[in-house]
Ligand binder design. Structure first.
Ligand code: C5P
Length: 217
């Protein structure tokens, strides 16, 4: 039997959208496919899964509870209310910064104004807050999408955020990362680096959950 059977698993997926005014927002290119594949595979292993999804256009995998959110602040609140859990996998591409204020009216071009300065403030780090929670999940997994220095950033993140595994992928590489159906990850823990793929996101999700299972059992 899977070590995940009967365990509570919380997964985040997709981008967040940070509103600027009623028609504009700051977003990113995450499709949500990786997080949805992880959530579906955890269901297949008998886990009790909560999927917190940013704005994506993906069908809901069967057998899980899906909570739809839009902003980083909403995702933070949804995740905190889904705790405690046994394993947390933060696959969402959460905005690091959000507009300091949301304009109630559509921002207009001003005559003679050639530049517009938008003030942004840091969002709360969901992954770090989960890892620092009084009822910390037994296994906390973060994701890292980087264009370069993959290992250095991933190892720094493991320590800084007190997470157990960092699933790192290189963005800007064909057949990997955002929007693609395939992915290539290197999963780092304090000692090891485990390559997964290139393979379908479903296969990569299976490999990642094998590593989570090994830590749960
Ligand atoms: O430090 P960086 O943002 O690259 O770390 C990425 C990881 O942190 C991902 O797992 C992402 O879901 C998570 N994260 C978060 N809350 C934020 C920013 C990132 O949970 N505000």
């Amino acid at each position: 039997m899977s070590a995940l059977a009967g365990r509570r698993v919380v997964v985040t997926a997709g981008p967040t959208f940070e509103d600027i005014d009623p028609v504009r927002f700051l977003g990113n290119r995450s499709s949500g496919k990786m997080g949805f594949a992880v959530a579906a595979d955890a269901v297949a292993r008998g886990a009790d899964v909560v999927l917190v999804a940013g704005p994506v256009t993906l069908p809901t995998p069967e057998g899980l509870e899906r909570i739809d959110v839009r902003s980083a602040a909403q995702m933070h609140a949804a995740v905190m209310s889904a705790l405690p859990c046994d394993a947390y996998l933060g696959a969402a591409a959460v905005a690091d910064y959000t507009p300091a204020s949301v304009s109630a009216r559509k921002l207009k071009k001003q005559p003679g104004q050639d530049a517009l300065v938008l003030q942004l403030v840091r969002t709360r780090d969901i992954l770090a807050d989960v890892a620092a929670h009084a009822q910390r999940p037994q296994v906390v997994v973060g994701f890292a999408a980087e264009t370069d220095d993959l290992e250095a950033y991933a190892r720094a993140k493991l320590a800084a955020k007190n997470v157990d595994l960092i699933a790192a992928n290189r963005v800007g590489v064909h057949g990997s990362g955002f929007e693609s159906d395939d992915n290539t990850l290197i999963v780092f823990d304090a000692r090891n680096a485990t390559p997964l793929g290139p393979a379908s996101k479903a296969d990569v999700a299976r490999g990642l959950l094998d590593l989570v299972e090994a830590r749960l059992s």
